[in-house]
Design a protein around this ligand. Structure first.
Ligand SMILES: NC(=O)C1=CN([C@@H]2O[C@H](COP(=O)(O)OP(=O)(O)OC[C@H]3O[C@@H](n4cnc5c(N)ncnc54)[C@H](OP(=O)(O)O)[C@@H]3O)[C@@H](O)[C@H]2O)C=CC1
Ligand SMILES: O=C(O)C1=N[C@H](C(=O)O)C[C@H](O)C1
Length: 257
C-alpha cells in the first residue's frame, strides 16, 4: 500500500483526501500534517504531526492542498533539510519566491504542480491554446467563479488558462493581463487578456474562456460540480509520480495528454 502524506488535511479538499483514501485499494493515508488541531477522525494507524520531517518520514508521496506559506515550509524541508519524497502540489496563490522554491525542489525530488487536478481543465487548457492561436483576431476574456471562502484571486486555474492563451499568441501574460475595469478607461486594446473573479456561495469552481469577435463568439466553459474531482485527481497523479526522476511535471505528463 502506498502511504500518502497530506498537507492541509483539515481543509475542504484535504479532508476529502482522507475519505477517498479510506476507499482506495492501492493507497492509504500515512501521515497528516495538522497546523492547529484535527477536525475529524483519521484512520487509527495515521501519524498526526505538525513536524514536516515526521510527515516526510511516514509518507511515500505527499499531496498538498494548503496555503502558500505552508507549501513554502514543505518545499524548504526538501531544499534545505534534505527531505526526499515525491510531491503533488495543488495549492494556488504563490508569490515569485515560492514559485522559485518549487523549481528548486523539483531538481531534487519529482514534483507535480497543477493549479487544477481535474481532467476537464487539463483538456480545457489545450483547447484554449488551440482556439487562441486559430482565432487570432478574437478578444480573449476569462471569468472564474468560486465559493465565498476562497482567499486567492484570480484562481490559479484562471491564471494557467490565461498563460496558455498568451503563449499561443507569443505574448507575455504579465504585459497583457487586465484584472479589473472601472471608470473612463478607454477602449479595449487588441492584445489584452482580462482575468476576472467572482465570489459567492458554494460554487466549487467555474472557468469560462471567451473568444469574442465581430459577428461571432466562442465560450469554453468548465464547471466542477463536486470538490472530490480535485482530491481524486490528486490521488491519481500521486500514484503516477512515485518512482519518477526529479523534475517539475505537469498534470498532462501524468494523464498522457
Ligand atoms: N489544484 C487544485 O485542483 C485545487 C487547488 N485548491 C487549492 O488548494 C488550497 C486549499 O484549498 P481548500 O482546501 O479549499 O482550503 P482550506 O482553507 O479549506 O484548507 C487549507 C488547509 O491548509 C491548512 N493551513 C493553512 N495555513 C497553514 C500553515 N501556515 N501551515 C500548515 N497548514 C496550513 C489549513 O489548516 P487549518 O484548518 O488548521 O487552518 C487547512 O488544513 C488553496 O490554495 C486552493 O486554491 C483547491 C481546490 C482544487
Ligand atoms: O480554492 C478552490 O476552491 C479552488 N482552487 C483552484 C484554483 O485556484 O484554481 C482550483 C479550483 O478551481 C478550486
Amino acid at each position: 500500500m502506498i502511504k500518502v502524506g497530506i498537507l492541509g488535511s483539515t481543509g475542504r479538499v484535504g479532508s476529502l483526501l482522507i475519505d477517498d483514501l479510506a476507499n482506495d485499494e492501492q493507497a492509504r493515508v500515512g501521515a497528516v500534517h495538522v497546523f492547529d488541531k484535527l477536525k475529524k477522525p483519521v484512520p487509527e494507524d495515521t501519524v498526526v504531526t505538525n513536524d514536516f520531517a515526521v510527515l516526510f518520514e511516514n509518507s511515500d508521496v505527499i499531496i498538498d492542498f494548503s496555503a502558500p506559506s505552508a507549501t513554502e515550509a514543505l518545499l524548504t524541508e526538501v531544499v534545505e533539510n534534505g527531505a526526499r519524497k515525491p510531491l503533488v502540489i495543488a495549492t494556488t496563490g504563490f508569490n515569485k519566491h515560492q514559485q522559485n522554491l518549487l523549481l528548486e525542489a523539483s531538481k531534487l525530488v519529482p514534483v507535480l504542480y497543477a493549479t487544477n487536478m481535474s481532467l476537464g481543465v487539463a483538456v480545457l487548457n489545450k483547447l484554449v491554446h488551440l482556439a487562441s492561436k486559430t482565432l487570432a483576431d478574437f478578444d480573449i476574456e476569462i471569468v472564474e467563479q468560486h465559493h465565498r471562502h476562497k482567499v486567492d484571486s484570480p484562481s490559479g486555474t484562471a491564471l494557467t488558462l490565461a498563460e496558455h492563451a498568451a503563449d499561443a499568441r507569443d505574448l507575455n501574460l504579465d504585459d497583457v493581463r487586465v484584472s479589473g475595469r472601472d471608470g473612463n478607461i478607454g477602449a479595449r486594446t487588441k492584445d489584452e487578456i482580462a482575468v476576472m473573479a467572482l465570489r459567492g456561495g458554494d460554487i466549487v469552481g467555474r472557468h469560462t474562456v471567451g473568444l469574442y469577435n465581430d459577428g461571432e463568439f466562442l465560450e469554453l466553459n468548465h464547471t466542477a460540480t463536486a470538490r472530490n474531482t480535485f482530491s481524486q485527481g490528486a490521488i491519481k497523479v500521486a500514484k503516477w509520480i512515485i518512482g519518477k526522476d526529479p523534475k517539475l511535471y505537469s498534470i498532462n505528463d501524468a494523464l498522457g495528454l
